[in-house]
Design a protein around this ligand. Sequence first.
Ligand SMILES: *Cc1c(COP(=O)(O)O)cnc(C)c1O
Length: 432
Amino acid sequence: MKYYSTNKNAPQVGLQEAVVKGLAPDNGLYMPEMIKKLPQSFFDNIGNMSFQEIAYTVADAFFGEDIEAGTLKSIVYDTLNFDTPVVHVKDNIYSLELFHGPTLAFKDVGGRFMARLLGYFIKKQGQKDVKVLVATSGDTGSAVANGFLGVGGIHVYVLYPKGKVSQIQECQFTTLGRNITAIEIDGTFDDCQALVKTAFLDDELNRKLNLTSANSINVARFLPQAFYYFHAYAQLAKLGKARNIVFSVPSGNFGNITAGLIAKRMGLPVKRFIAANNSNDIFYKYLQTGEYDPRPSVQTIANAMDVGNPSNFVRVLDLYNKSLDEIKKDISGKWYSDDNIKKTVKNTYDGTGYLLDPHGACGYQALKDELQSDETGVFLETAHPAKFLETVEGITGKPVAIPGKLQAFMKGEKQSIDMGKEFAGFKQFLLK
Ligand SMILES: *Cc1c(COP(=O)(O)O)cnc(C)c1O
């Protein structure tokens, strides 16, 4: 399969180059040249298939031409060593729980898949010493670091802003050791991202090192997120609730929801999507006015969605040939202030016993506000509430049980390297 750039100003490339490069040379995002429709027989039988079997069928439609079947199957099966269950919350609303992976957020799916795929390509090429750079404001660093932990030939550098990620998030990428190095930057998330971007533009670094990025625009992180939309459908089909499904997706960079739109293109029977935002309402405004007006992000309690210029917006435009009318047929928008999010977490917990995290809360509330009686609503519960311990405990006034996996991270010893935000120091460090 070939991948083209959304800017249409760069040559098409094969899967390997799209994965290793991440971003196209014209600064566009790679898209698969074809989105295959899956046969009706697959959907008729999907209720009898395991998550891994379903995911392999979806993966084969994209990657089957480029990776031999046995290898692709083991990459998919290794990636999904955890479930994504659909759990009933209230009336016709269900939670698609994406937090049962090693770092308790949906990014585990893309992070683990990309790590395995890149590891495979590097081995095939006989390449050594590939350096993966990733800037994080929290969840991405842990999913990517844990995905790559122990993968031969690859060293991961996680750059994060000092004092600006939660303690729980920090321990998920600073305690790993082995082929993972955490770098604590005396600056903001934007400074971290700037260091990574500058490194990719630096001639000397590119000549001397094999550098790769693992941010969410990479097709190997983005496309596997389609897997769990199919698995959710399968579970609802078994319950006899698969008619008029509405997916409500807590959105920041819009990678997760775009993978859902691709699932729909592959034939998944979904009626429509809701993009649920926090106060960073750029997409909501776009749907209202047709004007895309990115602005600096504002800080909220759903911090993984604090994005002022969603990187996957161009993929949404590309999928719908830039037609606002076509986009509006499939996607509506909602946004919630911190106060709204807090009310939703509190009322849902008091009323149903279900504890939402601040991101999932946006998805749930959007369904409460918009769902019609003949529709089945599924919101993506993108992280475990314990990842946002102080926030959630502050809202409910009750202690949150911390899952064993998270406790294990918290027992590890923090190892990180302090660094300033000047590029020269970072460059010297990489060259050492
Ligand atoms: C990354 C993240 C999001 C946003 O996902 P996008 O694909 O960037 O839209 C939402 N919730 C949580 C918990 C996240 O970590």
